[in-house]
Design a protein around this ligand. Structure first.
Ligand SMILES: *Cc1c(COP(=O)(O)O)cnc(C)c1O
Length: 415
């Protein structure tokens, strides 16, 4: 066998293994159209087809907001396409400095630091913070996002995983570590796959009782919750008690980038020590300007948040009435359970091919095996007609594939 063939086989086998487990991923090639979201164009080898997107993390459609797009376009024309360097070497442009000021103000912290993505902000932020604390024990929620797990791993510190949102387990681990040992609790506010929320205030109580520092990922909450869109901690009146707030500019804010907001001393230390901040080129000025525009807009305007919650509630009502087995979440995330990887993929394929609705199947390892689902994210732009169309299409797909409806619906059908 040739040298090239020998190596190619490793990669081909790696892909075959995924296919055998039915978790080989196929991407939808989409073209979003400003002014028409959630309608989009899907490109396939057979041509173009119209689709309605029901699984976007551009939760409020800010990615197409006129002011945000305008800020991006005018800044690119004035300042060019790229940043031209790392933050330290000529890449600290004025729009990113302004963006950091906007984010510090959003979270009412001394300072904020922007990274090229939310993933990077967690991976390099958590690892750097934990490495700067002598003998730090990291306490991490079992359902934390991969970027946080990566940060915990890269820290190389002792770690203890507490059962998801389990305060007793967390306190047990804190007690075992003792008050004296430095500890960092890392958790999320909104967990994006189950759509549930952490008991933020009670985690802060424990942190204060046992002398731990707190780090929260508000990626699925910033822009969406709280009077100024600073997240669930703001909504719950707990923001001031959290030491480090991490967020993304890529979901509800509709752009790209991640950040942390914290006391000046923490931000300055991360700025000075985090490899994932230091050794990479700054986000372009146009993206920073667009993100700042989006943050500023959502700080002042509640209309998007209110309409979002309204359409989410209407979607949940429609799916429950149709007997579809959604998880009843306290958030904007609507998980529709399938609990089988092949059926989940088949349901998604049929929604797309027959009904023109795009909902990506969520399979292992994103969620545990046996909890495969369709993760539906209504936005303010999913109106009553689109919601009714979604419910009808799902009922057709559920019936076609023989998927179970909820018990109440099955009883009604039998009567
Ligand atoms: C998406 C996500 C991230 C990463 O944010 P990006 O800006 O997309 O890199 C971090 N944490 C959680 C919980 C996420 O879902």
């Amino acid at each position: 066998m040739s040298r090239r063939m020998t190596y190619q086989r490793f990669f081909a086998e790696a892909v075959e293994a995924l296919k055998a487990e039915r978790r080989y991923r196929v991407f939808a090639d989409l073209e979003r159209v400003v002014g028409r979201f959630p309608h989009a164009i899907r490109h396939t080898p057979e041509g173009e087809t119209p689709v309605v997107i029901w699984c976007s993390n551009d939760y409020l459609g800010m990615g197409q907001h006129a002011d945000v797009v305008e800020a991006m376009a005018t800044t690119a024309r004035r300042m060019g396409a790229g940043a031209g360097g790392t933050r330290n070497i000529s890449g600290t442009h004025h729009p990113i400095v302004q963006l950091e000021g906007e984010l510090a103000d959003l979270h009412r912290k001394d300072a904020a630091l922007v990274f090229t993505s939310g993933y990077v902000s967690n991976a390099t932020g958590i690892s750097t913070i934990a490495r700067l604390i002598p003998d730090c024990l990291i306490l991490s929620d079992a359902l934390n996002h991969n970027s946080m797990i990566e940060g915990v791993r890269a820290a190389g510190r002792d770690k203890a995983i507490f059962r998801h949102n389990d305060l007793e387990h967390l306190e047990d681990l804190l007690r075992r570590a003792g008050k004296e040992r430095p500890k960092l609790i890392v958790f999320e506010s909104v967990y994006s796959m189950d759509g549930d929320i952490a008991p933020i205030g009670r985690i802060c109580d424990l942190a204060e009782r046992w002398g731990a520092m707190t780090y929260i990922d508000e990626v699925h909450a910033v822009g969406l919750y709280g009077p100024r869109g600073a997240g669930v901690a703001e909504r719950d009146g707990e923001m001031g008690r959290i030491d480090v707030i991490e967020g993304t500019l890529a979901k509800a804010f509709g752009c790209l980038g991640g950040y942390i907001a914290a006391d000046g001393a923490i931000v300055d230390a991360v700025r000075s020590h985090a490899p994932g901040f230091i050794f990479t080129t700054t986000l372009p000025p146009a993206i920073a300007a667009a993100a700042a525009t989006s943050v500023r807009h959502l700080k002042a305007s509640r209309a998007e948040r209110e309409r979002h919650q309204h359409q989410v509630a209407a979607t949940k009502d429609a799916l429950i009435a149709a007997g579809l087995p959604i998880l009843d979440t306290p958030t904007h995330i609507v998980p529709l359970m399938v609990r089988d990887p092949e059926l989940c993929k088949a349901a998604s394929d049929r929604l797309l091919d027959v009904h023109g609705l795009y909902i990506q199947p969520i399979n292992y390892p994103t969620v545990p095996r046996g909890t495969e689902r369709l993760r539906i994210t209504p936005t303010p732009f999913h109106d009553a007609d689109l919601i009714a169309g979604l419910a009808d299409a799902l009922v057709e797909v559920w019936t076609h594939l023989g998927l179970p409806f909820t018990a109440t619906q099955a009883r009604e059908a039998a009567e």
